[in-house]
Design a protein around this ligand. Structure first.
Ligand SMILES: [Zn+2]
Ligand SMILES: [Zn+2]
Length: 331
C-alpha cells in the first residue's frame, strides 16, 4: 500500500507538520478508514495550544471524521467494507468502571479520545475502534456531515442538559451553536444568540437560522431565559449568563476548557439557578442526535481547507475569523 499523509503535532504550541507514514493495519476490533473530511473543533485548538494536559505525542488531531471503511480487523461484524462512517471524540471506553456500567461512559475512568489520546482524522487514513463508529447517510456531502460529529454531538448533550424550557441563550455562535439553534427552533423554542460585542456577521447568521434575538454577550436580552449554553471558552460568560437566566434557570458550560471564572456575588446564583458542565459524549447521545438532525433539517455552514492547510484552519478558528465550521479535505 502507498503511504498515508497526516498533519502531526510533535509538541504543544507548535505548528502541525505534514508527514508521510505507512498506512497502519487494523488490529482486533478496529477498522481502517479512508478519510473523506475531518472537521476542526475548538478542542483541537486546545490540544495544539497546550490547554489540555497529557496528549499522546506525537498526535494526529481531529475528531470529527467522516470516511469509508476500507479494511477490517478481526471481530468486526457491524461495519461493511465501503460503508460510510463517522468517528467522534469518544474513541474507546473501558466498559467496566462504575461510570461505564451505569450508562455514563462519557465519564469513563480509562477512556481514549480521538485526536487527543489516540490518533485522529487530520490525515488521509485513520484507525478507529469499530464499536465507537457510527453509520452515516450517503446522500449528504461529507464535509457538511463532519461538524455533526462533535459540535453536533456534544452540542446535543449540552442542549439536553439545558432542560425543556422555551427560551434558550447560546453564548458563542460557532459550529455547535449554529447546529443547536436549528434543532431548538425546529422544536419551537425561542433562541437568543450572544456573540462577541459588535460581531454583526455572527449575529446575522444567528437571525437567519431563526434566533429571535442576537446581540453582544454583554447585553441583556428582552426576556429572562430558562437556560443558557456557553460554547465560547470564556469564564467571564458564566456570571454573564447567570444574570440573564430566570429563577431555577440553568447555565450549561459546553466546552472542555474555559478561562477562569471571575468572582461573582452569590445572589446571581441564588433562587435555584444551576451551573453545569458537559463532558464528552455517550454513544447513546450520538444515536439520538444523528437521528434528530436530519428530521430537524439541520444544515451546516462549512469552510473547506485542503488537509495540508490545517494550520491555517486552526489559526482562523483561534482568531474568530470563521463563520460555521472549518473542515479539512484530504486531496
Ligand atoms: Zn469505563
Ligand atoms: Zn470537538
Amino acid at each position: 500500500m502507498p503511504d498515508m499523509t497526516a498533519m502531526v503535532l510533535d509538541r504543544p504550541r507548535s505548528s502541525l507538520v505534514l508527514r508521510e507514514r505507512p498506512i497502519p493495519t487494523p488490529g482486533h476490533g478496529e477498522v481502517l478508514i479512508a478519510v473523506s473530511a475531518c472537521g476542526v473543533c475548538r478542542t483541537d485548538l486546545h490540544v495544539v495550544d497546550g490547554e489540555l494536559s497529557d496528549p499522546k505525542l506525537p498526535i494526529i488531531p481531529g475528531h470529527e471524521i467522516v470516511g469509508r471503511v476500507i479494511e477490517k480487523g478481526n471481530d468486526v461484524a457491524a461495519l461493511a467494507i465501503g460503508s460510510r462512517v463517522g468517528v467522534p471524540w469518544l474513541g474507546a471506553t473501558c466498559g467496566i468502571c462504575p461510570y461505564c456500567v451505569s450508562g455514563r461512559e462519557n465519564l469513563c475512568d480509562r477512556p481514549l479520545f480521538t485526536g487527543y489520546t489516540r490518533d485522529g482524522g487530520f490525515a488521509t487514513h485513520t484507525l478507529a475502534d469499530a464499536r465507537y463508529c457510527f453509520a452515516l447517510p450517503e446522500a449528504t456531502d461529507a464535509a457538511a456531515l463532519a461538524p455533526l460529529l462533535c459540535a453536533g454531538l456534544i452540542g446535543w448533550r449540552s442542549y439536553r442538559m439545558a432542560g425543556q424550557g422555551a427560551s434558550l441563550g447560546l453564548y458563542g455562535f460557532g459550529a455547535a451553536a449554529h447546529i443547536l439553534a436549528q434543532v431548538a427552533v425546529w422544536q419551537g423554542r425561542r433562541v437568543y444568540a450572544f456573540t462577541r460585542a459588535g460581531d454583526e456577521a455572527a449575529q446575522t447568521v444567528a437571525r437567519r437560522l431563526g434566533a429571535v434575538w442576537a446581540g453582544g454577550s454583554d447585553e441583556h436580552p428582552p426576556e429572562a431565559l430558562d437556560a443558557a449554553i456557553i460554547f465560547a471558552p470564556v469564564g467571564a460568560l458564566v456570571p454573564a449568563a447567570l444574570r440573564v437566566v430566570k429563577k431555577g434557570g440553568r447555565v450549561v458550560c459546553g466546552g472542555i476548557h474555559m478561562s477562569d471564572i471571575p468572582q461573582f456575588p452569590y445572589h446571581i446564583l441564588w433562587e435555584e439557578r444551576q451551573i453545569l458542565s458537559v463532558a464528552n459524549l455517550t454513544r447513546q447521545d450520538a444515536h439520538e442526535f444523528l437521528d434528530i438532525a436530519p428530521r430537524a433539517g439541520v444544515t451546516t455552514q462549512v469552510s473547506r481547507y485542503p488537509l495540508a492547510h490545517a494550520n491555517e484552519a486552526l489559526a482562523d478558528l483561534r482568531e474568530g475569523r470563521l463563520q460555521g465550521a472549518a473542515v479539512l479535505i484530504p486531496s
